[in-house]
Ligand binder design. Structure first.
Ligand SMILES: [Fe+2]
Ligand SMILES: [Fe+2]
Length: 300
């Protein structure tokens, strides 16, 4: 069997859940290797399986707590699936395993079922936790044309700012992790009312290249300077958007914030109507955008 590795595409963007899923995969993967390769695997397999069971239960309760915290509508159904797995599937699997005295075949079967169940569950029910959340958005939707314009504008901006060709690889970027990156959020007031918010992230290698191009190699030696330079670079993106959208509209920078990757992720989860993932030779670039119309002032 090939080595079991966690695929980051399965991340739902909630750290505690993603970490546990990755860990579960790792533990199952280690156990599969153990059973395949060790002659005297029984003792270690027993311990490993007990650990796996504990960890799965802990994960279920953490995931359930998260679902409650966001008032997830599918909570009852999801919890029932966890309960059935714990109270029925797992128990009958364990019985077979114990009856066989942890025979290789039974242990492998146990791990196979577990891995299959986990993958299936994470890919479907666990992904739904986040998808439903995005439906409850009240932000304005981006039209297809606007998204197409954004794609063009961002590619152009990447070309100019970083001197690199960018390829769009996902027009519904799902917030998955992308390694070492710089993140920022820019909030603009639209003249005449309303706001635009941009959430941007670029892999460090890519940003370093942009900083170097714009500010010279010296700027890259100092962390605070890189941060500042990064913001400067990323702020250029609005100019391109501005040009592509509507030159008549004026935007005024209201807030610029450098975010950590955790802050980026949790802000991302509050839903951006446009979220694009680009790939360049030096790494990924994420462009997310949303806007609000001005609220009408109450007549006196
Ligand atoms: Fe889960
Ligand atoms: Fe789950």
């Amino acid at each position: 069997m090939d080595k079991v590795v966690w695929n980051e595409r399965l991340n739902i963007g909630v750290e505690i859940v993603d970490k546990a899923h990755a860990k579960l995969f790792q533990v199952v993967g280690n156990l599969i290797e153990l059973v395949e390769e060790e002659a005297n695997y029984q003792g270690a397999a027993k311990k490993g399986l007990a650990y796996l069971e504990d960890y799965t239960m802990k994960h279920f309760s953490e995931e359930e707590a998260y679902m409650r915290s966001i008032h997830y509508r599918g909570y009852a159904k999801h919890k029932e699936i966890h309960d059935t797995f714990r109270d029925q599937t797992l128990i009958s699997l364990k019985k077979t395993l114990e009856l066989s005295d942890y025979s290789r075949t039974a242990t492998e079967r146990f791990l196979g079922v577990l891995l299959g169940w986990l993958t299936g569950h994470i890919m479907t029910e666990d992904q739904d936790i986040i998808e439903e959340k995005s439906y409850s958005s009240s932000h304005l939707a981006f039209s297809k044309t606007e998204t197409a314009i954004a794609i063009q504008a961002v590619s152009q901006a990447i070309k100019t700012v970083f001197g690199l060709d960018a390829e769009l690889i996902d027009d519904h970027y799902d917030g998955r992790n992308m390694g070492m990156a710089h993140h920022c959020r820019l909030t603009y007031n639209i003249e005449g009312g309303g706001k635009v918010q941009l959430l941007l992230a670029g892999e460090k290698r890519l940003i370093r290249r942009g900083v170097g191009m714009l500010f010279g190699v010296a700027a890259m030696q100092n962390a605070a300077m890189v941060e500042e330079a990064t913001l400067q670079i990323l702020k250029q993106f609005l100019h391109f958007m501005n040009k592509m959208y509507d030159a008549e509209i004026n935007y005024h920078l209201d807030k610029e914030e450098v975010l950590t990757s955790d802050e980026f992720r949790s802000d991302f989860m509050t839903r951006y109507s446009c979220s694009l993932l680009f790939e360049t030779r030096l790494g990924y670039f994420v462009f997310c955008s949303r806007k609000w119309k001005a609220r009408k002032k109450k007549e006196k």
